[in-house]
Ligand binder design. Structure first.
Ligand code: ADP
Ligand code: ADP
Ligand code: MG
Length: 655
């Protein structure tokens, strides 16, 4: 029997009140420890990875989080139905909701997290700063008083000195913040911050902070138990952020003076002791780069997204420690027994489009291949649907090495081999970050992305050429046996003359750009040409999927999701001209699917005459000359052979 079943507060069946990668990650530890797992799901998540990974499942409601993952009633009801004895909240959703922690305990369930009082004490950034100051922990200079009038806030901002940051007291996930550079902006920014805070967090109180010019984000992992033990598990540096949300996180913090490190640990422990903290939690600090004075920002009373980097350098399973604490057991190690070794770095994989201002991407993952050589915590697999309802972060890669450079190199290699098709991701942008000298040097502030990519990031044009070439080749390959027929026809693709290799021109387009790719039949197989650059087929590093005329390609962390077009109309026009006739000839076998003219009609060169479905694509053929329709040889629905004449045009007399 597992030690958890015989603990002071026995844990046998854990319900995970979350989804995605964190639910999967919690399930893994529970399974290793012999604890039964119950996944909850909303209607759109019925087939999600976390649901498939659990021992048992329970539906909690429709897709909107407010009616499912954020519904205390629905979750407690699921716990009752499934006989759970404990609830793990994960991160996000209800993980920092004191009312939820209280409701769990009132329902006789073990809440795997800190006390409701500790959550409440740290839930408001205003209250948290008061507690920190009382505990002797330096806080960012600012104003966190009860007088919320614009007049008072303006006076305080003037005292603090511009620029200042307005923050929602109950904010999180980087939301509810507004930078104010001069006094004239304050009132407008204040009302924007307030309305965002009111709708996102149900509370519009704010605080003001001095805006740190070159901020580093540093944080300390704490774990406490119910037997008055409280330890830290070193720091993490999460300075690389976008919109105040973390993108890369690492441990230990690079280029950090030892004295600052010791200050961070001491301050975090001071605060944790002051609130009698139990379970895993994180104390966040911000520090001006180059200074030696970290200031307390906030405390997250839950498991953090980036906890795996701490696990990698300490060998501790933080979810196991949370379970131990919740079961009433003591921490398995004292401060002096917790050691760190090596360096770890994590990258957050998000379904988003960096080249389109990081818009969230949705759709079905058609292919996912996880790399080796790094820990891959994922909430998705091949076939997963990514919808509009939840967070765009779908997975994390965590690399570990003897030193920072080794860890960074491993992370880059793992990103290069993580291929996700079907939905756009930020993997290419993550690799571009790693390639910057400032990243390699560990000179990281929260301004990194804006400084390195001032006009945003998009894949370099030559890399997209390579992807487009691979897409064209993959499509041609997928046409077999049609493709073979294509090249064996007497007419068709020998438009450049008999002695030249046969070739076909394709367009490869996505919503960003369109490229014309010429596919050549060479002695060695196929090759693709764009401009004066030619690529051969067969690159082991390339992953492709073809669905009709949609082709998806992944190469070294970059992807292209394109539609293929074949300029058959152009070929047929050339063919007719070559024979000095005005016959519209199809170079491909196909089926007539549309007819836009009739016998005797007068037509102009370029008018759409007939539609043909060939090679799984729909082509519209145009009139090769001005004139009158003399014959229509095939009707809609008829199959036509390659080389068949479809329409004859009686040309207009030339003058
Ligand atoms: P950290 O843990 O470092 O503070 P965040 O503040 O980004 O990082 O983590 C909390 C965020 O994670 C929330 O803002 C929420 O949007 C998001 N989130 C919550 N649950 C999930 C989930 N299951 N999968 C992915 N993201 C989630
Ligand atoms: P959240 O609850 O949204 O995580 P935080 O207070 O932790 O809010 O701040 C999130 C991020 O915003 C920090 O990691 C940091 O990058 C930036 N930030 C917060 N406070 C300041 C400040 N006073 N000056 C500069 N940047 C700040
Ligand atoms: Mg924070």
């Amino acid at each position: 029997m597992s030690q958890f079943a015989t603990a002071p507060h026995p844990i046998r069946r854990v319900l995970i009140a979350n989804r995605g990668e964190i639910a999967c990650r919690i399930i893994r530890t529970c399974r290793r420890l012999g604890i039964w797992t119950i996944a909850v799901y909303s209607d759109v998540d019925a087939a999600a990875l976390h649901v498939r990974s659990a021992d048992e499942t329970a539906r909690i409601g429709p897709a909107p989080a407010a009616q499912s993952y954020l519904s205390i009633g629905a979750i407690l009801d699921a716990a009752r139905r499934t006989g759970a004895d404990a609830i793990h909240p994960g991160y996000g959703f209800l993980s920092e909701n004191a009312a939820f922690a209280r409701a769990c305990r009132e329902a006789g369930l073990i809440y795997i997290g800190p006390s409701a009082e500790a959550i409440a004490a740290m839930g408001s950034k205003i209250e948290a700063k008061k507690v920190a100051q009382a505990a002797g922990v330096p806080t960012v200079p600012g104003y966190h008083g009860d007088d919320q009038s614009p007049a008072r806030l303006t006076r305080e901002a003037r005292r603090i000195g511009f620029p200042v940051l307005i923050k929602a007291a109950h904010g999180g996930g980087g939301r509810g913040m507004r930078r104010v550079d001069k006094e004239g902006e304050l009132v407008a920014r204040l009302s924007a911050a307030r309305s965002e805070a009111a709708s996102a967090f149900g509370d519009d109180s704010v605080l003001l902070e001095k805006l740190i010019a070159k901020p580093r984000h540093l944080e300390v992992q704490l774990v406490g138990d119910a037997h008055s033990n409280l330890v830290h598990l070193f720091e993490r540096d999460c300075s690389v952020q976008r919109n105040n949300q973390k993108v890369f996180e690492e441990a230990p913090a690079p280029n950090l003076p030892e004295a600052v490190r010791q200050k961070l640990y001491a301050h975090a422990l001071q605060l944790g002791k002051a609130i009698g903290y139990t379970s895993a939690g994180t104390v966040e600090f911000v520090m001006e780069a180059g200074s030696d004075e970290p200031y307390f920002l906030e405390m997250n009373t839950r498991l953090q997204v980036e906890h795996p980097v701490t696990e990698a350098i300490t060998g501790v399973d933080l979810v196991e420690w949370q379970l131990r604490v919740a079961a009433g057991l003591s921490l398995p190690a004292g401060q002096n027994e917790i050691r760190r070794r090596g360096h770890a770095i994590e990258a957050r994989i998000a379904a988003e489009r960096p080249e389109q201002d990081f818009q969230p991407a949705i759709g079905r993952i058609t292919h996912l291949a996880a790399p080796t050589g790094a820990r891959f915590d994922t909430g998705i697999a091949g076939g997963s649907e990514i919808g509009i309802h939840y967070d765009s972060m779908v997975a994390k890669l965590i690399a570990y090495g003897d030193n920072r450079q080794a860890a960074v190199d491993k992370l880059d290699a793992a990103l290069a081999h993580l291929s996700i098709l079907g939905v756009a991701t930020n993997i290419g942008m993550l690799r571009a970050c790693i390639a910057r000298p400032a990243f390699t040097a560990g000179q990281l502030t929260t301004a990194f992305l804006a400084t390195e990519f001032p006009r945003g990031w998009s894949a370099p044009a030559d890399a997209v050429d390579r992807l487009a070439a691979a897409a064209a080749l993959a499509w041609i390959e997928a046409q077999t046996p049609d493709a073979t027929a294509l090249w064996q026809q007497s007419i068709g693709f020998r438009v450049m003359g008999r002695r030249r290799p046969a070739q076909v021109e394709l367009t490869v387009a996505n919503d960003q750009s369109e490229r014309t790719v010429t596919v050549l039949r060479t002695h060695a197989g196929f090759a693709a040409r764009i401009g004066d650059q030619t690529w051969p087929l067969s690159n082991d590093e390339t992953i492709t999927a073809v669905e009709g005329n949609r082709v998806m390609v992944a190469q070294g962390g970059l992807t292209l999701d394109a539609s293929i077009g074949l300029s058959i109309a152009k070929l047929s026009a050339i063919e007719s001209k070559a024979e000095g006739e005005t016959r519209l000839v199809t170079p491909l076998p196909g089926v007539v699917t549309g007819l836009f003219t009739s016998l005797g009609a007068s037509v102009r060169k370029g008018d759409n005459l007939i539609q043909l479905e060939a090679m799984k694509l729909v082509h519209t053929l145009q009139s090769p000359a001005d004139g009158r329709v003399g014959k229509v040889l095939h009707a809609i629905g008829e199959a036509v052979a390659a080389g068949a004449t479809l329409i004859e045009i009686i040309p207009k007399e030339r003058k």
